[in-house]
Every structure is written in structure tokens, then in C-alpha cells.
Design a protein around this ligand. Structure first.
Ligand code: PMP
Length: 387
């Protein structure tokens, strides 16, 4: 037995280890009045008047859902939203979860079972990995986008085989080769599961996501749609066969044992989904600015943005200077009025620390020019203190 003091000491020692390694996390100071190059609010829907009005109207409703969906937390509005989601994303059915995190956890912990195999892209989100940990299936990662490695790993697989990828990767902004993956999974009878956290709302003529934009909705077993990003709110849904929806609401603990989303969130999401089809010009502007940012920053000596990134752009420094300098450059950008965040280990691998810039439909070319000037300046001004 150890005492309370022992445990506190153990926790503090872990934090010190992180501090020494330069990987300790801290809550950032909330940014206000800065030009947004960091939030996931790609289309500005969190602040859209129609969405806020819907939230205001929902203020007449109870503040909470009062229970889980299977008890008192169900509502006609939540069911109507699920019906709309299924129709909009061209899936048989959809089931709401409280977050993308719990949707991934809820799918992977419940659907693959002992004797099955999960093959997941090594760059998969923490929530997919958490779901895999909670599952009894065997799991192996395969190299990022690497179908040859996927095929190698497949030779060891047994049972039902699930392949987990993201449509648009959250750290590098690169798209999964979904057409090739879908064809591969079709020929080998694998179940493809696509996390559309970052692509939902911004890909496709109406923002249906990358799967539907590519016409692959019938080839993918399940899609994880999240609402904390382009939809400007929070929550998520798993979209897929009707039998999957029914199975999840019977067996997925992160769905069953939690209080349902409150009415105001359902109202915000319903309003956001009503707006999405008409936001084609915003989506066009978003991708135009995304290309502009990439070209502009790549013209700055010492900065590198990969050709493959869209909307989410990792910015690497030519001399790979380590986390401290990346933090300092981000701080310099914030001091100059731009909300820029460093992404360091353990969120990304040591040696791949970077800035992560996110473009929004409400950014301007002038803002991107200003940011490029500041990053170029900071990149050369700040000494390499961390080598
Ligand atoms: N999947 C991916 C790829 C993500 O980037 C995120 C959010 N960072 C999630 C799932 C989790 O979504 P949520 O924030 O709604 O929990």
C-alpha cells in the first residue's frame, strides 16, 4: 500500500519528466482579438447568426437532456437530426455520439470482437487508438497511406478485418487515398471505416464529406462524422448500415452510459446542417485560401509546407530546430496578432514539431501575407536555443 503523498509524488515525477523532455502540456491563454489560424471552425459556423439564433431559440428548452438516449435523454429533435444526417451523408442510418472521441471509442470498442483484426493507419487519431485498446480484437498499424504495408499486415489477419483511416488527417492535412483504399477493401472483403472529423462540411458540393464527394458511400462500412470542427458545435455521429446503428445503441458503452447532448446542441447542429448546402462559395474560398497559404509560406526561405496539405497546414522549419524554437515562433506570431499554435511531442513524433496553421473561409489573403512576413522574420530572428 502506498500513501496519498506517494501518489502525488509519482504524478509530480511524471510531470517533471515531461518538463525535462520539453513535452509538458499546459493550457494556453485563451486568444481573443487575434486573427484565427488555429481553430477548427473552418466555415465560421460557430459564430454564424443563424446557428446562434437557433441556440437562442433553444434557450426556451431545458438546459440539459436529463438522461442518456436510452432513458430520458432522447428527443424528437435528436431523432430528426439523425434522419437528416443519414439522408445528407447518403448513409442508411446515423447515430449521435457526444463527441468524435466517444464515437471512435464507441465504434472500435464494440464492433470488432475477439478473433477479428483492426488495421489502422499509424497516423490515426488518439480516439481510434483508445477504441482499439478497449477492443478484444487484434490490431496492427500500417504505414501512413501505405497500401503495400497494409497488404503485408493483412497476411497475418484473421476474422472480420477492419481498416481505419482518416479522410483528412488532423496534423498533416493530407487526404487518405480513399479510392484506392475502397477498391483494395472491396477486393479483399475488408470493412473500411473512415473518420471524417476534418473533412465533414468542407468536402463535396454540399459539404457531405470526402467519402460522399468521391461517391464512395456504398463502399465504406462506417463513417465517423464530427461536429466540433466545420459544423461549429460539438458532438459526432456514426453513419453506416441500419443494423450498425441498432447494434451500437445496444452494445456501445460510450453511447449507452452517458447523458445525451443537450437541446441547444441539437438545435445548433440542425441549423448548421440546414446552412451547409448553401455554403459552396465559402468552401471554394476556403480551398482557394488554403492553396494561397501554401504557396505564400513556401516562398519564405526557411519554411516548408508539404504539397499534400489542405486547409490544415503543418509548417516545418528547414533546420528542424526542436520544440522550443517552434514554441517561440508561435509566440512571436501571437504577439504580432496571429493565433498560431505549436504542435510538439507527444502529440506528434519528436523531431516533427511544427506549427499547425488552419485556414478558414473568413481569413483573407492580406492576413496570410502578414502571417508569412511574421513567420519569416521570427524564423530567422529567434536563435536556435534548443539544439
Ligand atoms: N478524430 C479526429 C481525426 C480528430 O481530429 C478529432 C478531434 N481532434 C476527433 C476524432 C475527436 O473529435 P471530438 O473533438 O469531437 O471529440
Amino acid at each position: 500500500m502506498s500513501s496519498d503523498a506517494d501518489l502525488r509524488q509519482r504524478l509530480a515525477a511524471e510531470l517533471t519528466r515531461r518538463e525535462d523532455a520539453g513535452t509538458r502540456r499546459r493550457l494556453p491563454r485563451p486568444a481573443s482579438g487575434l486573427v484565427d489560424f488555429s481553430s477548427n471552425d473552418y466555415l465560421g459556423l460557430s459564430r454564424h447568426p443563424a446557428v446562434r439564433q437557433a441556440v437562442q431559440a433553444a434557450a426556451a428548452e431545458p438546459a440539459g437532456s436529463t438522461g442518456s438516449r436510452l432513458l430520458t435523454g432522447n428527443s424528437a429533435a435528436a431523432e430528426a437530426l439523425e434522419t437528416r444526417l443519414a439522408q445528407f451523408h447518403r448513409a442508411e442510418a446515423a447515430l449521435l455520439f457526444n463527441s468524435g472521441y466517444t464515437a471512435n471509442l464507441g465504434f472500435f470498442s464494440a464492433v470488432p470482437r475477439r478473433g477479428d483484426t483492426i488495421l489502422y493507419d499509424e497516423a490515426s487519431h488518439a480516439s481510434v487508438k483508445e477504441g482499439i485498446r478497449a477492443s478484444f480484437a487484434t490490431a496492427w498499424s500500417f504505414r501512413h497511406h501505405d497500401l503495400a504495408d497494409l497488404e503485408r499486415k493483412l497476411s497475418r489477419a484473421s476474422g472480420a478485418v477492419f481498416v481505419a483511416v482518416e479522410a483528412l488527417y488532423s496534423m498533416d492535412g493530407d487526404e487518405a487515398p480513399l479510392v484506392e483504399l475502397a477498391a483494395f477493401c472491396r477486393t479483399k472483403d475488408l470493412y473500411l471505416v473512415v473518420d471524417e472529423a476534418h473533412s465533414n462540411g468542407i468536402y463535396g458540393p454540399s459539404g457531405e464529406g470526402l467519402v460522399a464527394a468521391l461517391g464512395l458511400e456504398n463502399e465504406i462500412f462506417a463513417r465517423i462524422l464530427t461536429f466540433g470542427k466545420a459544423l461549429g458545435s460539438q458532438g459526432a455521429a456514426v453513419a453506416g448500415p441500419a443494423v450498425l446503428r441498432d447494434y451500437l445503441l445496444n452494445f456501445s458503452r460510450p453511447f449507452i452510459y452517458t447523458t445525451a447532448l443537450p437541446p441547444l446542441t441539437i438545435a445548433a447542429l440542425t441549423a448548421a446542417y440546414e446552412l451547409l448546402p448553401a455554403l459552396g462559395p465559402e468552401r471554394e474560398k476556403l480551398f482557394g485560401l488554403s492553396d494561397y497559404l501554401k504557396a505564400t509560406l513556401n516562398a519564405v526561405p526557411g519554411l516548408r509546407v508539404p504539397a499534400t496539405s489542405h486547409v490544415i497546414h503543418p509548417v516545418f522549419f528547414a533546420d528542424n530546430p526542436g520544440p522550443e524554437k517552434v514554441r517561440q515562433v508561435a509566440a512571436a506570431a501571437r504577439a504580432a496578432g496571429f493565433d498560431v499554435r505549436p504542435i510538439v511531442a507527444p502529440t506528434v513524433a519528436v523531431g516533427t514539431e511544427r506549427l499547425r496553421l488552419i485556414v478558414h473561409s473568413y481569413n483573407t489573403k492580406g492576413e496570410i501575407d502578414g502571417l508569412a512576413r511574421v513567420l519569416g522574420q521570427a524564423g530567422t530572428d529567434i536563435p536556435l536555443s534548443d539544439q
